[in-house]
Every structure is written in C-alpha cells, then in structure tokens.
Design a protein around this ligand. Structure first.
Ligand SMILES: [Zn+2]
Ligand SMILES: [Zn+2]
Length: 235
C-alpha cells in the first residue's frame, strides 16, 4: 500500500507530468478506460495445463503434446501480448520506468485470477538476476505481484525465489533453447511454505520454460502446487 509520502509525491508527479494513455495518448491515466475496454481477454475453452485456447478443430493442445510443462500445475494468461494496448503498456512498465502502470495492469491480472477460479496461498514474482535488477532498478513482475496482492488480499513473497544464473534473453530462442537456458536457473531458500499453493506472477509468458524452472525450485522445497499467472501470452 502507498504511504502518505509516496501518495503525495505521486500526486506531485501527476501534476508535473500529467498521465497520458500509453496507447492513444489521451490525457487521462496511463491506460484510459476506452483502451482498457478494448482488451480481448483469453476465455475458456482453454488447455487446462498451459492455458492456451485450442486451435480450431483440435481436440488437444499441440504445445502440451510436444513440450509439456514438467513441474508447473498450470499457466493462465489474461490476454495476448501482441494486442494493443498490452504491448505498449508492458514496454513502458519494463523499459521506461513507468512503475505507475503496474497498478492498472494488476487489475487485469485480478480479473483473470477470478475468471480462471485460481485459489492460492501466496503470490511470488518471477525474480530477476541481481545484475539485471541493479540495471533496471526494479523488478516489473514484483510491482505487478505487489499490486495484485493488494487487490486480492493475498500475501506476496518476493524473497524466497532467487535467480542463480544470469540467463540470456529468451526473446530470440526456440523452445528447446529456452528450456536449457533457464533450467536450474532458480533456487528457493528460506521459504517455509511446504504444502502450500504458490502463484508465480510474470508479465509475459512465451513457452512457459521460465515459470516451469521456478516451479522446479519451489517443488524441491516441498511446495504442493505451483501455478503461473501472466498478464500476457505471446501468440
Ligand atoms: Zn487510451
Ligand atoms: Zn496446453
């Protein structure tokens, strides 16, 4: 929750730099109601594991037939990354230091949490490597997880999971390379939530390899179930 000082410095910032919608530039908020209402949400039917709607006429999920998730119980994503205004909003959150947009994007995550009837004990952001964290100054997934924790009244644990290796950006890698790139790149220590259900929070999911590697580390610590919830899914 925002402290008084944070609130007043945010109001001052809003006064000096009035928020403009990241998508249509309307002077309103970082994402205006009009653009928010244009978001196409992913709705059932979906694959129960990876959360992807099946291709027309297909009876099972191709991704899960060929590259099944090994440790995760399932992934759910709110919408597609390529659709406006999601891509520009995530870009601002991640690369332009627009932390205020996290609160708006978290409302989309909260809506998806309820729509997919998830029920978990604790939220955990996918961690950045300490070097990347220093470079960016913040972890965008942690901002999303904290704002979501406030909306859902659920605890958030940003410390238990650590990235132990600096991994290459997953952007240009194929499935198998992604899998190898992040395999055993995470560790979990000091988490006393054995038997609990954890919800991993991230901004974008492509193949699910990163979330699956996090789930591997958590399950080694006795966590009962691990789900992933991402704002967006790459098509
Ligand atoms: Zn707009
Ligand atoms: Zn699937």
């Amino acid at each position: 929750m925002l402290t008084h000082i944070q609130k007043s410095s945010q109001s001052l910032l809003d006064l000096l730099f009035p928020p403009r919608c990241v998508n249509c530039q309307a002077a309103a908020s970082w994402l205006c109601q009009n653009c928010l209402s244009q978001i196409v949400f992913i709705t059932p039917p979906i694959c129960q594991r990876c959360g992807t709607p099946p291709a027309p006429g297909a009876s099972s999920c191709k991704q899960c037939q060929h590259n099944p998730l090994q440790y995760l119980d399932g992934i759910r994503s709110a919408c597609y990354f390529e659709d406006n205004p999601i891509r520009p909003a995530i870009h601002l959150l991640k690369y332009r230091n627009h932390k205020a947009v996290a609160a708006i994007l978290a409302t989309i995550l909260a809506e998806a949490y309820r729509r997919f009837e998830l029920a978990v004990d604790v939220l955990m952001p996918v961690p950045l490597h300490p070097a990347r964290l220093r470079e960016r100054g913040y972890n965008q997934s942690e901002l999303l997880a904290k704002a979501l924790s406030y909306l859902l009244d659920l605890p958030v644990n940003s410390r238990a999971l650590r990235r132990t290796r600096h991994t290459k950006s997953q952007m240009t890698l194929g499935f198998e390379e992604r899998h190898q790139n992040v395999a055993e790149a995470f560790a979990c220590d000091g988490f006393t939530g054995a038997g609990q259900t954890v919800l991993l929070i991230d901004d974008v999911c492509t193949t699910g390899s990163t979330l699956d590697a996090c789930a591997d580390a958590l399950k080694k610590r006795g966590v009962a179930a691990v789900w992933g919830l991402t704002l967006a899914k790459a098509r």
